[in-house]
Design a protein. Structure first.
Length: 198
C-alpha cells in the first residue's frame, strides 16, 4: 500500500496511529507530498489534492482519514478499532467525530492566524477557536475510555495537534480529567510513535 502524506498533518497521524495499532505499519510505503502544491501524482489519485490518500494493494484510491482508518481496520487480526455494533460503536464514532471536529477547526484556524489581520479573518478565527474550546469542554465532561478505538485515537491526535500548533494557547487549564486521560493515552505506541515534529 502507498500513503501520500505530509509529516505534520494530524489526519495522516491518525491514519498512521491506526496502522501501528493494527500492526500494519510495515505494509505501508510512505510517499511525501505537499497537497498545497497540487502535485500531479496526488491529484491523479485524489482529485481533492488532500492527504492522507491511501492506494490499496489492488490499486483502489481511498481518501479522508475516517475511510482510510476503517479500511485499515478491516485488515489483519488485531482487535477492531471500529466496534461492530452496540453502544460501543456509536461512542467510538462520536469521539472520532469530536477529534476530527477539533482538527476541522484547528487546521484552518492556524492558516488564518498566519495571514494579515482583518475583521473578517478575526471573526473566522474566533469561530474556529470557540468550536475547539466547546469540544474540549465536552471532552472534559465525558473523556474517552482508556482502551484504544478509533474515537480515542482521533481525540488523542486532535489534542496532540493543539499541543503542536497552539502551544501558546493551551487547552489543559480547567480540563484536569481530559489532561490525565491524554497523558496516559499518549503512551500507546500508535500515539507515542507518531508525535509530530517540525
Amino acid at each position: 500500500m502507498k500513503l501520500y502524506y505530509a509529516a505534520t498533518s494530524p489526519y495522516v497521524r491518525k491514519v498512521m496511529a491506526c496502522a501501528i495499532t493494527r500492526g500494519l505499519e510495515g505494509r505501508i510505503q510512505l510517499h511525501p507530498s505537499n497537497p498545497h502544491a497540487s502535485p500531479a501524482d496526488l491529484v491523479a489519485d485524489n482529485p481533492t489534492s488532500k492527504v492522507p490518500c491511501l492506494i490499496t494493494d489492488d490499486g483502489l484510491s481511498l481518501y479522508d482519514s475516517p475511510v482510510i482508518c476503517e479500511f485499515l481496520d478491516s485488515l489483519g487480526d488485531a482487535p477492531a478499532l471500529f466496534p461492530v455494533s452496540s453502544a460501543a460503536r456509536w461512542r467510538a464514532l462520536k469521539f472520532q467525530a469530536m477529534g476530527d471536529g477539533i482538527l476541522d477547526a484547528a487546521v484552518p484556524c492556524r492558516g488564518e492566524l498566519q495571514r494579515p489581520k482583518e475583521a473578517a479573518r478575526d471573526a473566522a478565527i474566533a469561530r474556529h477557536k470557540m468550536a475547539m474550546s466547546r469540544t474540549v469542554d465536552a471532552l472534559e465532561a465525558d473523556p474517552p475510555h482508556r482502551h484504544i478505538d478509533i474515537g480515542s485515537l482521533a481525540v488523542g491526535c486532535a489534542l496532540g495537534y493543539l499541543d503542536f500548533r497552539y502551544g501558546g494557547d493551551p487547552w489543559r487549564p480547567g480540563h484536569p480529567k481530559l489532561t490525565a486521560w491524554f497523558e496516559e493515552f499518549s503512551k500507546n505506541p500508535g500515539i507515542a510513535r507518531t508525535a509530530p515534529k517540525e
